[in-house]
Design a protein around this ligand. Structure first.
Ligand SMILES: [Zn+2]
Length: 422
């Protein structure tokens, strides 16, 4: 079963679509995907206020107040907390001048004028750090340093990064990516097509809670993906103090092996997020957010599965699709989005068969197609009004088929090494 074949968006407004050419540039510097949306914060902070009340209700269930932020990130060695080390990493002269321009360091949330926005981000960070450092001993994981996740004060770069430095396994998410995901979720939860897919009244009466749920799924998927880069040893082959594992950002200095790491990280993230969302502690909160407390388990399962696909589909679809041909595709740092989503869906099916068989029958290509059409309709303006048709046509060609076989083989080789990497 190929879910990629379902991603052809029939009836799309083809005359509106523009193609993006491949862009030359180096991995961390010139080939950064700048946000196509205004990097200014004020409009988003205003937008935030409009649904902040419902989020605030959610946040009340997420623990205590914010930890005090250090007032001087460049403080002495006597006060080197992980967030200070995180900040210094980006300002180090080991980074290129271009990197230092794009990644300024830790985002000081105290500079945000909206107190609810600040509280929301602090809670996200607290919750994710707590989860990261509450891990169990997994035989397939490499030995790794303690985790610290922080937000990055950036200059219009949608990115998440993983790196090793000063005794920590760091994960960073740029504020631009946070705000981009926020906007994706706004569009999704206000979409009539999404409301129809979920079977709620348009505009959805659960807009605020649905936004909160979709945002959480996106955040946890991205962080689980970065976590996998650490625990599966993807960073060990690079110079430990300078390695900087890019997400989202496109580049042309990748390889099939690097793409295999990305597929594996997506796959592991699928298992972690779904296990928590559908079968774990997160389920009751998610079901309550959807106002499905009294629905049957089957209805709840279907809604949770749909929300997962909507959130991850929206996250991938909001990016400009990489232009691919037989030469460029092997140089990408990540598989093209259509291939990535196809792998993600295959992992969803694999997870369901192993852990939640009653859901397997509901995960059909037709249902996936229905959801992705709704996602595309809600978010296509964010990626320059592009679709994935070019990618899908290539992936279905003879060259594309060879590429997918090589990628599959590389993923399998990588998976077979898990447990032997120490
Ligand atoms: Zn990655």
């Amino acid at each position: 079963m190929s879910y990629g074949r379902c991603l052809h968006l029939r009836g799309w407004r083809r005359r509106d679509l523009r193609r993006r050419g491949s862009r030359p540039g180096q991995r961390l510097t010139a080939d950064i995907e700048h946000s196509s949306i205004d990097c200014g914060r004020s409009s988003r902070e205003i937008e935030f206020c409009s649904i902040a009340f419902e989020l605030f209700v959610l946040l009340n269930g997420m623990g205590a107040g914010a930890p005090a932020l250090p007032t001087n990130y460049n403080g002495s060695a006597m006060t080197l907390q992980p967030d200070i080390l995180f900040h210094r990493y980006f300002q180090s002269e080991k980074r290129s001048s271009m990197d230092r321009k794009h990644y300024k360091g830790k985002k000081d949330l105290e500079t945000l004028t909206d107190p609810l926005l600040r509280l929301w981000l602090v809670k996200i960070q607290e919750s994710l750090n707590e989860s990261l450092n509450d891990e169990q001993d997994i035989p397939d994981h490499v030995k790794h340093r303690p985790f610290h996740l922080d937000l990055i004060d950036d200059c219009c770069v949608r990115n998440a990064v993983a790196f090793l430095c000063d005794g920590y396994s760091f994960i960073g998410i740029t504020m631009t990516l946070i705000f981009t995901m926020w906007e994706v979720c706004i569009r999704l939860c206000r979409s009539e097509a999404i409301a129809m897919v979920l079977g709620v009244e348009p505009p959805t009466e659960v807009c605020g809670p649905l936004h909160a749920l979709l945002s959480q799924i996106q955040h946890r998927f991205i962080v689980s993906h970065e976590y996998t880069h650490h625990v599966h040893g993807h960073l060990l082959s690079e110079s430990a103090e300078s390695a900087f594992y890019n997400e989202v950002v496109s580049d042309d200095s990748g390889s099939i092996e690097e793409q295999a790491f990305e597929v594996a990280a997506d796959g592991y993230a699928v298992f972690q997020v779904l296990a928590n969302l559908v079968d774990g502690d997160w389920r009751s909160q998610a079901v309550a957010l959807l106002k499905l407390d009294k629905a049957s388990a089957g209805v709840q399962d279907q809604a949770l599965f749909s929300c997962f696909v909507i959130a991850i589909g929206g996250y991938l679809f909001s990016r400009r699709p990489d232009a691919v041909d037989n030469a460029t595709i092997y140089k990408l740092g990540h598989p093209p989005q259509a291939a990535r989503m196809d792998y993600i869906m295959r992992q969803v099916v694999k997870w369901s068969k192993a852990s939640h068989p009653s859901l397997t029958g509901q995960i059909t290509p037709e249902r996936f197609q229905e959801i992705m059409h709704a996602v595309a309709a809600a978010t296509f303006e964010m990626n320059g009004k592009n679709d994935w048709v070019t990618q899908i046509v290539f992936l279905q060609s003879e060259s594309g088929s060879k590429y997918l076989k090589k990628l599959d083989a590389s993923v399998q080789r990588h998976i077979q090494t898990l447990g032997s990497r120490k």
